[in-house]
Design a protein around this ligand. Structure first.
Ligand code: 5GP
Ligand code: MN
Ligand code: MN
Length: 483
């Protein structure tokens, strides 16, 4: 921990502008004492680099799950003035609109357990996982461009969605202003056959149980559809696959070529390549990024359709009869134009969230009617071995432009984890503990061991104590498809 780090509250820590030349605002990190002590040293360096970016407002932030990332830390948050500020792909991530979706069932753990293997095996087949995996939806390049512009709305037209699914997706499953003429042929080529696929590594599709003793808030749990003891839910995590990665790569290259030469912007780290938001390059990236956002929404929507098919086949009942409604779908790698109150004044801001989840509080516009009183559901992963959380946005989120953690966050690199853990052995050990996991890669599985992540209970507790979001229910894994 740097000696300049000041304690603001027992969950808020600050690096003042004097910490590093060029800082325009202080940096703030949310963490308990325990989490800050163990914090990846890269976080302090990266979050203070972000504090130097043109147009940044208030603070450069890092969430309690923070760790080293490309340019920005994972768990990074930065709001820019759209008129004077920049847009930076490093503040969004390569996996544009990586996000989490939570789906209900009205089944109990006892009903699912006897069919668990069958379910996970079928899901493993129907939701292809692994690097470069292809989906079962075949699209022309042209139709893929339609998906990129329409997101979940395309899915509804194609019969992959229930109308209420869109309502329960951030932004209705479509960012307005996506423009497919701003994406490269190479990006389309990488993405057009990847709709309905999970991807690799950290991406997962998990069958989970809400045990009565793990409910933190009865009222909110009920409002979010958790109503039966030991209810089974499905949580999945994936993004825009190779498509989003290519969009990010294309624009990083472009930004590097114009940033200094054309716009006179210098940054502390090449990975923070950026362009003025109002520039042609900035606007083109914003429109292209939205295509990747929409592709990711469509991807998760088609996956939901497959999950409903699989449950329906195995239980011989209609998905509606199985209560397979969405709780919510929320992104954690985006930049969005939003209105927030800053120093008592309403302002438009370009909010970069990178490994950070939007967590709108009660009464806010932009969340479904059903959640107006409760605040938005926030879905965060923990690990395949330990558990995950459903939380709710709360008024205290105003401090972070209504943003919270997105997971537990890594404590060790993939490389380190792989040296410590054997994939096959881990699978057997997990099975003994009642978690059946299928994976596309043993090495990939080893990298995802619970030991490679922070304690999710610590992270969830920190978000609640910092008033960024409140705990609703802790969810335990029983089955998992791993990329
Ligand atoms: P990221 O978006 O940064 O790749 O990861 C999101 C979070 O998901 C990680 O910080 C980790 O806490 C969580 N996570 C990764 N793999 C799994 C998994 O298999 N199951 C669950 N429940 N969470 C996971
Ligand atoms: Mn991702
Ligand atoms: Mn993610």
């Amino acid at each position: 921990v740097p000696s300049a780090l000041k304690r603001i509250t027992d969950t808020t820590w600050e690096l003042p502008v004097s910490y590093k030349p060029g800082m325009l605002v202080p940096a703030r990190i949310f963490a308990t004492e325990k989490l800050i002590t163990a914090m990846d040293a890269g976080v302090f360096d990266q979050v203070s680099n972000v504090a130097c970016l043109p147009g940044i407002q208030k603070y450069a932030f890092c969430m309690p799950d923070g760790h080293w990332g490309y340019g920005f830390p994972i768990g990074g948050l930065a709001a820019m003035d759209p008129e004077t500020g920049v847009i930076s792909p490093g503040g969004i991530g390569f996996d544009i609109n990586c996000g989490m979706r939570l789906v209900l069932t009205n089944l109990t753990e006892d009903e699912v357990k006897p069919r668990l293997r069958e379910l996970v095996d079928a899901l493993f087949y129907r939701v292809p996982a692994g690097v470069g995996s292809h989906g079962f939806v075949s699209l022309s390049h042209d139709e893929f461009c339609t998906v990129a512009e329409q997101g979940s709305r395309w899915c509804l037209k194609r019969g992959f969605a229930w109308p209420e699914d869109l309502e329960m997706t951030e932004e209705g499953g479509c960012f307005q202003g996506a423009d497919a003429s701003k994406i490269s042929h190479k990006a389309i080529d990488r993405g057009y056959n990847q709709i309905g696929t999970l991807g690799s590594g950290n991406h997962y599709l998990e069958i989970q149980v809400a045990r009565p003793e793990n409910i933190y808030n009865e009222e909110l749990a009920r409002a979010f559809g958790i109503t039966i003891p030991n209810q089974v839910v499905i949580m999945f995590h994936c993004g825009s696959r190779g498509f989003g990665h290519q969009v990010a790569t294309d624009y990083l290259q472009l930004f590097l070529s114009v940033m200094e030469r054309k716009y006179g912007i210098t940054v502390n780290d090449r990975e923070l390549a950026c362009a003025p938001f109002r520039s042609q390059e900035g606007q083109d990236y914003f429109a292209a990024m939205k295509c990747a956002v929409n592709m990711a929404f469509a991807n998760r929507q088609v996956i939901l359709h497959r999950i409903r098919e699989v449950f329906s086949d195995i239980f011989g009942r209609d998905p509606a009869d199985l209560g397979m409604e969405m709780v919510y779908d929320v992104a954690h790698n985006t930049a969005k134009l939003e209105t927030h109150v800053v120093d008592g004044r309403k302002r438009a801001l370009l909010v970069h969230r990178k490994g950070a989840t939007r967590a709108f509080g009660p009464g806010m516009e932009g969340i479904p009617e059903r959640y107006r009183e409760t605040g938005q559901p926030v879905i965060i992963g923990g690990s395949m071995e330990t558990g995950s959380y459903l939380l709710a946005g709360e008024p205290g989120g105003s401090e972070t432009f209504f943003t919270t953690a997105h997971g537990s966050g890594r404590t060790m690199s993939r490389h380190q984890a792989k040296k410590m853990v054997r994939g096959q052995k881990l699978q057997r050990d997990m099975e003994e503990r009642g978690i059946y996991v299928r994976t596309a890669s043993w090495g990939g599985l080893a990298e995802e061991s619970g030991r490679a992540y922070k304690d999710i209970d610590d992270v969830a507790e920190a978000t609640e104590r910092a008033h960024l979001s409140r705990r609703v229910v802790r969810l335990l894994p029983i089955g998992n498809v791993k990329g």
